[in-house]
Design a protein around this ligand. Structure first.
Ligand code: ZN
Length: 221
């Protein structure tokens, strides 16, 4: 089953902008407009996950290694600016409240990256529908790509947890299905009864580490 590709994503000029920092530094990165980089991560274990998870694990490990090296060198940790990831949820109208809730959850859990709804500047897109792959995130794990929310899965599993989990991938976290419900990135692993939609402190710290360098660690196209 082919992964769907919204034309809006292909056509969008992908732009990141720093905001809310003092001084008001602005970072902008260009991204491919003809092809989406990165693989897919799903809510439940399946074949989509393997390469993408390895990619996200490497990205996280690289960020942690950089942070350790900087600490050892006595380099100040402060990022140049909080990075804003703009999103467009126009194509996920049934899940508007879950997307909004996800924004609040992540923005209250991390400090180095923030989610803001603004379709005119979006690099991250939410879309709803039916897919044999269930819900998934497809993209580079660094603020761009597509979060697809599957109707059947959202009837069985907690929709807010699904949306927050897939957004966790967009912010750089890999799947960890065998972990407990207290972990957001265990996804559907703990089963449908798990409704926790918040990252724990370790997951939040990992996202902050990944975004400590703004767009600098964004994978090459
Ligand atoms: Zn996942």
């Amino acid at each position: 089953m082919a992964i769907r590709t919204p034309l809006a994503l292909l056509a969008a000029a992908l732009t990141f902008a720093g905001t809310a920092a003092v001084p008001a530094a602005t970072t902008t990165a260009s991204a491919p407009t003809t092809e989406r980089s990165g693989g897919s991560s799903a809510y439940l274990p399946n074949d989509l996950d393997k390469e993408q998870n390895q990619r996200l694990e490497r990205q996280l490990a690289a960020a942690k290694a950089q942070a350790r090296a900087d600490k050892a060198d006595g380099v100040a940790k402060a990022p140049a600016a909080v990075t804003t990831v703009y999103y467009d949820a126009t194509d996920a109208p049934s899940f508007a409240s879950e997307v909004s809730g996800t924004e609040q959850i992540w923005n209250s859990s991390v400090g180095n990256v923030q989610l803001v709804e603004d379709p005119s500047r979006a690099t991250l897109y939410f879309e709803e529908g039916s897919s044999s792959n269930g819900s998934y995130y497809q993209g580079d794990g660094h603020g761009s790509g597509l979060i697809f929310i599957d109707y059947d899965q959202a009837d069985v599993y907690a929709p807010l947890r699904i949306v927050a989990h897939e957004t966790g991938h967009a912010l750089g976290l890999p799947d960890r299905y065998t972990q407990p419900c207290s972990k957001l990135m265990s996804g559907g692993g703990p089963g449908p009864s798990c409704t926790n939609a918040y990252p724990d402190s370790v997951e939040s710290a990992e996202v902050d580490t990944i975004w400590q360098y703004g767009v600098a660690l964004r994978p090459a196209a």
